[in-house]
Design a protein around this ligand. Structure first.
Ligand code: SF4
Length: 314
């Protein structure tokens, strides 16, 4: 994985490519009837909206049909890895004997790929240069785990792997945040908190509960947001450029607008209103944006309840 390419380029491989996946998130993962999903679905059972070609039959109207949870899920590229590499292109419909193993492997792979995403971020941060060698080793070791055979992957202790890498993520975060000397809010209960226009530069918000928080206009540059729960948080006009370990599913689950500033590796959700034109250098993702390779009749992503990073401080 640390193959000499720029980290930003390597990160491109860590996005879901629905066109190369056998709809694994729509089959392997369970969800419950709620505000996020219109119906109950058991793990290993195909969603009734999944078509024969592994595309979503309601892709263009997921929110209107009661499946907003599907629009805020990303597999970090685990779906295509399991489909095309681990199982060599054999889909679960053709080969039912291996289907249960495939469905067990998918959430493991998703967590490994999320870890790869964080490690590539370390390599993209010049402030974290003192730990770049260690990050490259961790990246190679983690990538090697993703190449294991199906049985080994299904049995993999992915929690142990995360625990092993977590100190490195912490050190990288400290290096980025050091100039700000911000106080720690790790794992803090900030549900519904009024943080409008707050100066949160360099804040340690690992695993913080920011559900429904008012972060409009807040300055979150260089803040560590790994595992922070941003569901329904108001990020209108907030500045998240340079934030550490922020993921696309976190962004997708929040409420922002055209004035929200995001790290360049992330895209503006298509369901956010456009308050203003994007700033120079920012990317925007409409319905046919670059992170939706299967946009035409394809599947967007599902539920934030699976595979979320958990920090020791939470
Ligand atoms: S994206 Fe959601 S609604 Fe569509 S097939 Fe997948 S799980 Fe079902």
């Amino acid at each position: 994985m640390s193959d000499g390419r720029p980290a930003a380029e390597q990160r491109h491989d860590l996005r879901g490519d629905c066109a190369s996946c056998f709809g694994l998130c729509c089959v392997a993962l369970p969800f419950s009837a709620s505000a996020d999903f219109a119906v109950d679905k058991a793990a290993g059972s195909p969603c009734h909206n999944l078509r024969a070609d592994f595309r979503c039959g309601i892709h263009d109207r997921l929110r209107q049909e009661g499946f907003p949870g599907c629009t805020v899920y990303d597999c970090f590229g685990a779906g295509q890895k399991v489909s095309q590499v681990t199982f060599g292109g054999r889909d679960w419909r053709q080969d039912r004997e291996t289907a249960s193993v495939m469905f067990a492997v998918f959430p493991v792979m998703r967590q490994l790929h999320e870890l790869l995403f964080y490690l590539t971020e370390i390599l993209a941060r010049t402030e974290a240069r003192p730990v770049h060698d260690e990050a490259r080793r961790a990246l190679d070791e983690t990538e090697a785990l993703t190449r294991r055979d199906p049985a080994a992957l299904a049995e993999l202790d992915v929690a142990a792997r995360r625990q092993a890498v977590n100190p490195l993520l912490l050190r990288a975060s400290e290096l980025v945040r050091a100039p700000h000397r911000a106080r720690s809010r790790r794992g803090a209960d900030l549900i519904g908190a009024r943080l409008r226009k707050a100066d949160l530069r360099g804040a340690d918000l690992r695993g913080a509960y920011l559900i429904g928080a008012d972060l409009a206009g807040a300055d979150l540059r260089d803040a560590d947001l790994i595992g922070a729960d941003l569901r329904g948080a108001d990020l209108a006009g907030a500045d998240l450029t340079g934030s550490v370990f922020l993921t696309q599913p976190q962004v997708d689950s929040a409420k922002g607008d055209g004035a929200t500033r995001l790290p360049p590796s992330l895209t503006r959700p298509g369901h956010w209103p456009a308050a203003r034109a994007a700033a120079p250098g920012e990317r925007t993702s409409g319905k046919a944006g670059p992170r939706k390779p299967a946009a035409k009749g394809g599947r967007q992503k599902k539920g934030a309840s699976k595979g979320t990073w958990r920090t020791p401080g939470r």
